[in-house]
Design a protein around this ligand. Structure first.
Ligand code: GLC
Ligand code: CA
Length: 574
């Protein structure tokens, strides 16, 4: 035991880090976490967007006490961990992704004591808390930035990325993700600072070792509080080279990640997932290498971009090309098998509700298509993430422009209006792809404001909460909720879900997504009809006498009915 506790991942004794190591954690904890190494490979995570989850004080904004009050619901679903979108102190220009104090809880969400209670209460139910870390940038209200703009000789000045200039022509033509130039001028310094996102989100200068040290120590602060993992916001941007116009996958990215992992994530068993829009399979092998030298896994987005027109913006949509989707999944599933690890997700707080995009949110097909999409995803190798409300089959919403809160929606609306797009065109794009589709309050019951708040919700509740809500789902054995519950249970019961090798069937079929997962012992077949048509389909010979693990129809019939999906399984008789 002792020897393990004092060694690194490979059992070698700690040398350089010894001091740091013992200063910051107790021996008992190290032993405990060592046993948990790799636990996230059989885990299912649930993402909470705290602002929209559950309000308890009537201010219309979800809070930490709200999350605590719903832990039993999450335990019933069966999840192992909660990824919490940011709850640190923030002026909320980008809903908490603009942090002004990394070690304080925003009063809007509650207190540090609430956070400690949440961690403890979750742990009692076997649920780990995973915090969202925004390390690429902070808020312009952070003390670092406030100091930085007082003068070039202030030590905090070099915490940010500056270029001299005249205030007329930015250093280069890089664009910010939320619109406009990525450079903003500070007249009193005669300099421009770089921001990949909003003007109020200055990028941190990762080339400065002081910045990195500050951030690592912040991470240790949260590990001490009992947090068991982190989601790292836009982590593929930290190695950027702003002069060369490189944001994603910059020259120092993997060097920084290895240092981050060494210095801040030494705790064995932490689950770490990086958001990496620029990741491809080869890069993901580095990010998620089994030796743990970087992260546990990354969120990649190659599948997400498929329903947009190539070369255009996310607002320019097209129908999902299923053959391409299958090829993307095939390449990730096979590419990372044994040499990396996948995250599995289709929804998050930045994406529209997938049932409204790739499924069918009509009265007739919503439930069956939500279950089909879940079947497709949860049969794969990797760690699944469920975004709040996905387990209820929550849908997109259509609001008038004034009712939206998202900075990205408003900036895009203004930019496109100025470019001559019609209002109808712009609204269609927002209804299809806007981030607020996912951010409407969680639908708990059919009552006023869906049980989310007794006050005025910060973003309108979807009127369809009268039919789609947690209370109704819990009392209906055929609900989307109970289907997810079963998928989670299956993943914990059969090792084929964790270890099975992926083979894509019918790669050219434009309507059916079918694949197998095989270990020496167990064989899994996943079949999904992505259309509202009935299609001819024959189960492969080898699966004729298999067990039906899960099915989104109550009866069996020849072929595949609209959005029909099933998992079949058999074991070798040795
Ligand atoms: C990530 C977050 C998104 C945020 C952006 C800037 O993409 O998921 O919500 O706006 O980073 O922090
Ligand atoms: Ca509140």
């Amino acid at each position: 035991m002792l020897r393990i506790a004092m060694g690194d991942r490979k059992g070698r004794p700690y040398a350089g880090h010894l001091q740091y190591f013992f200063k910051e954690k107790t021996m008992a904890k190290v032993i405990l976490n060592k046993q948990k190494r790799g636990w996230w490979k059989s885990a299912v995570f649930y993402q909470i967007y705290p602002k929209s989850f559950q309000d308890t004080n009537g201010d219309g904004i979800g809070d930490l006490r709200g999350v605590i009050s719903r832990l039993d619901y999450l335990a019933e679903l069966g999840i192992d961990g909660i990824w919490m979108s940011p709850v640190c102190q923030s002026p909320q220009v980008d809903n908490g992704y603009d942090i002004s104090d990394y070690r304080a809880v925003d009063p809007m969400f509650g207190t540090m004591e609430d956070m400690e209670t949440l961690i403890a209460e979750a742990k009692k139910r076997g649920i780990s808390i995973i915090l969202d870390l925004v390390l690429n940038h902070c808020s312009d209200q952070h003390i670092w930035f406030k100091e930085a703009i007082t003068g070039k000789d202030n030590p905090y000045h070099d915490y940010f990325i500056w270029r001299d200039g005249d205030g007329v022509t930015p250093p280069n033509d890089m664009r910010a993700t939320f619109g406009g130039s990525a450079w903003t001028y500070v007249p009193q310094l005669g300099q421009w600072y770089f921001h990949q996102f909003a003007v109020e989100q200055p990028d941190l200068n990762w080339d400065n070792p002081m910045v990195r040290r500050e951030l690592y120590s912040t991470i240790r602060f949260w590990v001490q509080k009992g947090v068991e993992g982190f989601r790292l916001d836009v982590i593929d941007q930290i190695g950027k080279d702003a002069d060369k116009g490189i944001t994603n996958n910059g020259p120092r990215l993997h060097e920084f990640l290895r240092e981050l992992s060494r210095e801040a994530f030494q705790e064995e068993g932490l689950a770490t997932v990086g958001e990496a829009w620029g990741a491809d399979v080869e890069r993901a092998k580095l990010y998620s290498a089994p030796d743990g030298s970087e992260l546990s896994m990354v969120f990649q987005f190659q599948h997400i971009g498929l329903d947009q027109q190539p070369g255009k913006d996310k607002w320019d949509t097209r129908p999902l090309p299923l053959v391409q989707l299958k090829e993307v999944y095939r390449s990730w599933q096979q590419g990372l098998h044994n040499v990396g690890w996948n995250s599995l997700f289709m929804n998050n707080h930045d994406l529209p509700r997938i049932v409204s995009r790739w499924g069918n949110d009509s009265e007739e097909f919503r439930v069956v298509s939500a279950k089909m999409l879940a079947t497709m995803l949860h049969g794969m190798e990797g760690t699944p993430y469920i975004y709040q409300g996905e387990e209820l089959g929550m849908t997109n919403i259509k609001l008038p422009i004034e009712a939206y809160a998202d900075i990205e929606i408003h900036n895009m609306y203004n930019e496109r209006a100025a470019k001559g797009y019609t209002k109808e065109e712009v609204m269609e794009s927002i209804w299809a792809r806007g981030r607020d589709n996912a951010r409407t309050p969680m639908q708990w019951n059919a009552g006023e404001n869906a049980g989310f708040t007794t006050g005025k919700p910060w973003l309108p509740v979807n009127p369809n909460h009268t039919g789609i809500n947690a209370e109704a789902a819990l009392s209906d054995p055929d609900s989307v909720f109970h289907y997810y519950q079963k998928l989670i249970e299956l993943r914990k019961t059969l090792e084929v879900f964790r270890d099975g090798e992926f083979t894509l069937l019918l790669p050219k079929d434009e309507k059916i997504f079918a694949y197998t997962r095989d270990t020496k012992k167990g064989h899994l077949l996943v079949v999904c009809n992505f259309t509202a048509e009935t299609l001819p389909y024959e189960v492969p010979e080898t699966f004729r006498n298999s067990r039906l693990l899960i099915h989104n129809y109550k009866t069996t019939a020849p072929g595949l009915r609209p959005y029909e999906a099933a998992m079949l399984y058999y074991e070798e008789q040795f």
